[in-house]
Every structure is written in structure tokens, then in C-alpha cells.
Design a protein around this ligand. Sequence first.
Ligand code: ATP
Ligand code: MG
Length: 339
Amino acid sequence: MPAIFSGIQPTGTKHLGNYIGAIRQYVEGQDRGDPAIYCIVDSHAITVAYDPAELRRSVHDLAALLLACGLEPDRCILFRQSDVPAHTELTWLLSSVTAVGELNRMHQFRDKSAAQRELVSAGLLFYPVLMAADVLVYRAHEVPVGEDQREHLELMRDVARRFNSRFGAEVLVVPGQRTPEVGARIMDLQAPDRKMSTTGGTAEGTVLVLDDPAVIEKKIKRAVTDTDDPPRIERSPGKPGVSNLIEILAVARGTTPEEAVASLAGARGYGDLKAATAAAVIEMLAPVRERYTALRADEAGLERVMAEGAEKARALAAPTLADVRAVMGFGPAHPAPPG
Ligand code: ATP
Ligand code: MG
């Protein structure tokens, strides 16, 4: 069974893209992962302007949301990144095999640094190194993420390979990306050429997991489609808005996109596609909304879950760091060098 790791940012409110591209896979990963490790990456959240009190609240918001979505503390390890200092320590050690030029070329760095008004923090540039450390410190085999993380995953794999070849030992595991076949890149409903996003998306085009049903319906019914006359309900590159709705509908119903299209054979237009999609999304998210309020109210309970998770995570991270330190020449000579 693979070791699975993924991190998710406690910024803003999570949206349908996060749910479909990432969270849904986390839930499923609990059956396959040994272990399945999920991390609320508060250390990543300080790379852009933020408010400390809001960050602390957002960690609780997200912990409650993840539990409401179906993560179960006895089937996975759920914790707060900053509770496990091994992540930041390994970040520094990995910096020795990370090229600045590569960090500079990352699309996320380019986009997010251009959006900063006051300060482009060094942390924003270093974000992918911390992300590499997050995964590599657990020797994870599999990283469930959305399509937008492909570049960071590639960098992480390069860093792991370079580390192993530089220090002559198979200390780090080169992880693989796991993106869903359908829904790896949910697009903004108002701007279907861009991914649905916490930062930089349109408010009207972003369905939040906790939006109430009337709001979800309104946002989906106003989704930008196209002006084909007669309307054609089909997935194709020239029809990003329609393709996006078909994918969302398929995922929400648990069918294939082909089945979703077939089910609309008698539709009169995009209105029927939107109505079906809205209904399916509302139904998919209803149980999450129902469970969320009680979970969020119990902050002590959330802290307990995260503290237990952090303890397990620290125990898993320690041997990797010990091996990394040993091969890098730190500490007294290692009696039996690993690898
Ligand atoms: P930001 O825009 O600030 O980067 P985000 O919306 O991308 O925020 P993250 O916490 O960075 O949110 O992403 C959490 C997970 O959700 C990641 O695995 C990411 O790949 C996935 N994800 C984000 N947006 C989408 C999307 N539109 N479609 C599918 N998956 C997505
Ligand atoms: Mg992101």
C-alpha cells in the first residue's frame, strides 16, 4: 500500500475545485494509503500578506471542513504543518540541491508575485521547496493534487533525484502525482479559461463548498457557456464553459462525462445542463454543510485531532530527517550509513 501525502492551504474558504480536485481524493485515499497523511499547510499561508488571527481561525475552519468532507482521524493522519518542525528543517537541507533558476520559473511564483502590492516575500519563491519537504519527509509514494500542481510535483521529483544522486544514497522516495481523471482542473464559472481559485478567481464564478444551496444554484445558472446556435452539450476544447459544467456534473453524480452528456440528450439548451449540474452539486455538498457547523463549534476537539495527528507525523518524519542529516555530514559519524 502506498504512503499518501497531501497538503492544503488554510486560506479563504475552500471551493468546488479544491473539493473535486483534491479533497475527494483525500477521502478515497484513506482506503488505500498506508498511511494517508493530510496536512493543513499554515506555513505555506504566510508567503503572501495575511492576518495572524485570521490564519488561526482558518486552520480551524479547514480542519472542520475536511472532517465534514469525510476524513476520519482513525483512518488518516490530519495535522497542522507548523506543529511538525521537520518540514521547515528539511526545507533548508533541500535548498542545497534546489536551483534558484527553477524556482524563478514556476508559474505559481510568477502569477502570485505579480499580484503582490507591497512585498514579494522570499517565502513565495521558496514555496515549492517547502512543498517538496512536506512530501519527501514522509517518503510518500503518492501525492493527490489538482492539475495546477504538476510543475511543483516535477520540481519535487527533481529535488529528490538530485539529493539521492548528490549524496549517494536512496534516502528520499521520488513521489508520483495523482490527479483525478475527471475534474483535475475545475474552471472559474465566469472565466472558464482560468482555474477556479481561492486567490485571483471571480467571486461569482467560484462555488464555495459551504455556499448555501440558493447561492450554488445562482452561480451555476449564471455560468458562462458559449453562443453556439443551436447549443451543443459536448466536451471540446473550443467549449471550455460547457466542458467544465459537464465535468462537474459527472463528478457530482459519480458517473462518466459521457454518461452525463447522454443523460441530457433531450435537453433544450444549456439551461438544462446548468439546472442538472446545480442540483447534483447541491446534493453532493449537502452532507458536508450538515456536518460542518457542529464540527467547527468544537475547537477543543479540532485541536485534539490535530495534536494527535502531529504526534504521529513527527514520529514518521524523524527517521527520514535522521538519514538526511547523516548522509549530508551532520552530527557524529553514523555507525551504519543508510542506503
Ligand atoms: P490559491 O489560488 O491561493 O493557490 P487554491 O484554490 O489553489 O488557492 P490550494 O489550497 O492551493 O487552493 O489547493 C488545494 C488543492 O486543491 C491542491 O491540490 C490543488 O491542486 C487543488 N485545486 C486548486 N484549485 C483547483 C481547481 N480549480 N480544480 C481542481 N483542483 C484544484
Ligand atoms: Mg493553489
